[in-house]
Each structure stands twice: as C-alpha cells, then as structure tokens.
Design a protein around this ligand. Structure first.
Ligand SMILES: [Zn+2]
Length: 316
C-alpha cells in the first residue's frame, strides 16, 4: 500500500527535527538528484552555506527551514524521509564493537543511493533526505517577508488546520464553493492543506459521511461534523507520531504508531470498530477509499434518520 506523508507525518518530522537543528549553522548542502530541485525558483545552493537555521515551520505537507536569508522548503512526496544524524555515530556504527549498543536504537537509515540531499550542519550533525520514488521536492526561496506566503499562494494551498484561518465560517465558505464528492474535496489541497488519502478516509468515518456524497447533499450539522472531524483525525495522527504503512519514519528513523489507531484506512474486509460491519473499499477520483457502509450510509435520508435516533436534539 502506497501512502504519502500527510500533515501529521510532516508535523511529527518537524517537531523532532526542530530542537536538533535550530541555532545550527549550515556548513554545506549537496543535492545529488537534480530532479528534486526541478521546481525551485533559486538553484544556487551555495547561498545557504554559513547561514544559521532559525527554526522550522510547516504549511500543509511542506516543511520549511527558516534560515537567516532564505527559506529552504522540503516536500516529502511519496516516500521522502528527512532524518537527523550525528556524524560521530556513523563512525561508531562502522565498528563492530558498537553493534550491541546500537541494537536498541531506532533503525536509522545510513546514507545509500536513495539519499539525495545531504545537509551538513555544525556540531557534527547531518540532515539527510532519502526518497526512493523521487517524488519529493526541494525549494529555495528568498527570505523577504512576502516570499513565503507568495510561495504557498502560488501552490494554491487552502485552510491550514490548527491556525485561526481554520474556522467554521471559512470552512463552510470553501466547502460550498464546489459541489464535489466529499473524498475528492478533502484530497484537494486548495480546500484544507495537508489532508491526503489516509486522513480523508478517517475524517469521513469520524464525521459519519459517505465518501461519495456530494457537498450539496449535506445538512449544516453534517458540515459542522466534518469541520471538527478533520481536526480530530489530524490531531490523533500527530499524537501517535504519524502513520507508517511503508516508508514514513520520523526524524530519528522510527515509524509512527497511528496505523494501529486507524478506523477504516487499510482495513478492507475487517470489522468496523464501532459497529462490526465489514469495512469496504471503493475507488473515488482514482483513489482507494475505505469506509463503513453502516456508519457512513450513502443516502443522506438514512444518515439523518440515524442521527435523529442517536441525537434527538439535532435540527435537520
Ligand atoms: Zn461501522
């Protein structure tokens, strides 16, 4: 199963990386796969040498190194892994004496032919970008106050969860702008930034909404539930360190634990954890989509009837 890193995975990497790299100076950066830099406005990486890392930000699925005079931006693509290493430990790993000592450490991946970017910092720290499928991207933009918002504007990113921009009024306005199937809308980065296939399926389960329902079939209460559900499933994903189905690891090289907390994604044929009905998988917008046919009925009428039975106070 191929799943790309989404907001919770990128945020987990950001939180792990930030204390390890903030305040460190970049000694050198090398990108061995030119394809990674294809979309970058600036390509002269020597500009970065000597700059201090002031911090790490995230917008949607983009991770931003805030430097003195530039922003260095990573998108992990499908299989990207951004990990931090002590160069001293590489030397230690080469020696057999350290094998026992390392046995309990996370499975940190040493540099290999899939390691396309090497960022060497002072203090013997390295940040490596490894990406088997090479859909990841590295961007370099100028450090002016406007350049970062403009960068994301050009990419058409929508509401950022966990900021004040993500509020019910803005959510309802963007939701009603296009009458798409809910799954397709959630995958659109111009609606809510950072949601991908896993968390779209989980959010629709959380909200009790069928993935093929269209926006104009929703009652106000359905929309409010979806608004809350998106944040609930992203929050859970972050709390459990991201979802690791194949490639995703945190910055220490360790997998996340959220794959054990999923209600529908990747659980085709298994019983629903709320009602025991087998989880089904269908294609929506060419994407594998998982849902519970009982908890997420297709017909809005049966959905509102179920809600009325469960929550008599709701006004349809
Ligand atoms: Zn169910």
């Amino acid at each position: 199963m191929c799943a790309m890193p989404e907001l919770p995975e990128v945020e987990t990497v950001r939180r792990g990386l930030e204390p390890r790299v903030t305040g460190r100076r970049i000694n050198s950066i090398e990108i061995r796969e030119p394809r990674l830099l294809r979309l970058s406005p600036l390509t002269d990486l020597t500009l970065l040498s000597g700059q201090t890392i002031h911090g790490l930000k995230r917008r949607g699925k983009y991770l931003v190194f805030v430097l003195e005079r530039h922003y260095l931006i990573f998108h992990l693509g499908m299989t990207g892994q951004l990990t931090v290493h002590d160069l001293a430990s590489w030397d230690a790993k080469r020696s057999n004496d350290c094998r026992l000592m390392d046995a309990e450490a996370p499975p940190q991946h040493p540099p290999d032919p899939h390691t396309h970017a090497h960022l060497l910092l002072d203090g013997g720290v390295a940040v490596l970008f490894r990406d088997v499928r090479k859909f990841g991207r590295v961007f370099l933009v100028g450090g002016e106050a406007s350049s970062l918002p403009e960068f994301f504007e050009r990419r058409g990113l929508g509401l950022e969860p966990f900021t004040e921009d993500y509020n019910l009024a803005a959510f309802l306005a963007r939701l009603s702008a296009r009458n798409l199937k809910l799954k397709s809308l959630l995958l659109d980065q111009a609606f809510v930034a950072g949601v991908g296939n896993i968390y779209a399926d989980e959010a629709l389960f959380e909200a009790g909404l069928h993935p093929e329902r269209k926006v104009d079939s929703l009652h106000r209460v359905d929309k409010e539930r979806l608004f809350k559900a998106v944040r609930v499933v992203l929050e859970r994903g972050i709390a459990f360190g991201g979802t690791s189905l194949r490639d995703y690891v945190n910055c220490e090289g360790a997998p996340g634990r959220n794959q054990e907390e999923l209600y529908v994604y990747g659980r085709t044929g298994e019983p629903c954890l709320r009602c025991s009905e087998p989880i089904r998988k269908i294609l929506v917008s060419q994407r594998g989509t998982h849902f519970c046919p009982a908890c997420q009925p297709r017909s809005p009428r049966s959905a509102s009837r179920r809600r009325r039975e469960g929550q008599p106070a709701i006004n349809p």
